[in-house]
Structure formats: C-alpha cells, structure tokens
Design a protein around this ligand. Sequence first.
Ligand SMILES: [Zn+2]
Length: 157
Amino acid sequence: MIDPSELPYLRRCVELATEALEAGDEPFGSVLVSGDGAVLAEDHNRVAAGDRTRHPEFALARWSAEHMTPEERAAATVYTSGEHCPMCAAAHAWVGLGRIVYAASSAQLAAWLAELDVPPPPVRTLPVGDIAPGVVVEGPVPELADEVRELHRRFHG
Ligand SMILES: [Zn+2]
C-alpha cells in the first residue's frame, strides 16, 4: 500500500518527467529515497541524444551501487513515473535495491502508446514481477497515472 506521505515523491517523479518532456526527451522521471525518507538522487530520461539505455531507473540503480551499502540499498525505495522496463528491473534487482513504487504501470503505458500508434519497443513489455520476483512493487496510482498519460500524449502528439 502507498502511504499518503509517499505521494510527494511520486509527484516529484511526474515533475521530472515533465522536465524531460520540456527538454525534448521521453517523459519518465524517478527518485531514489533512503529507508528513512531522504531523497538521495533523482533523474529523468536522457535518451534523446541516441543512447536508449539512459533510463532514470537504470541511472539510479548504478548510482546506488556506487554510493550506498547493500543494507542501505535494500532499505531504499525507488519511486518512478512509469513502471521499470525489463532492463531497469534487472538492474534494480542486481544491485539489491528495495521497493518500487510507480505512478503508471507498463501495461497502462503500452496501451496508451498503442492508442497513439507508437510502434512497440524493441524490448518486450513485462511487469517488474516477471523480471525481479523478489522486489516489492506498488502501483499504479490512478490520479497520477492520468497525469503521466497526458505527458506521453504530449510527447507523441
Ligand atoms: Zn528502463
């Protein structure tokens, strides 16, 4: 369950996704939060220059491996505007990060992009649980998912 005190982290993810959109990138944003609630790092998509692995969840997984102990990583939560893709779910699990909370699910995003006639991605859309079965995952959050949908509509519109 998502505690109301967690909504600001997700709102920050949507803000970061908006920043990405305004910078000409795909609208995804993520925040890494310690076990005691401190924001440690945040990022948004940076794929517009051509490296399509530059997802924020992947960047945060690598940041956590460099800057946090295994215990700190296990206690941390990654909040994100859209559910981790398989690449990012794998990175999250490999570095031993804790919970994931997302605003919009991969299934929602896939449906929205199909409605917008966006070609499917080169990597299969799968829920985090299919890639990283040990990771606790929460979401979607309906009122924020609608905002995320609007960002994708703007990006692809
Ligand atoms: Zn990803």
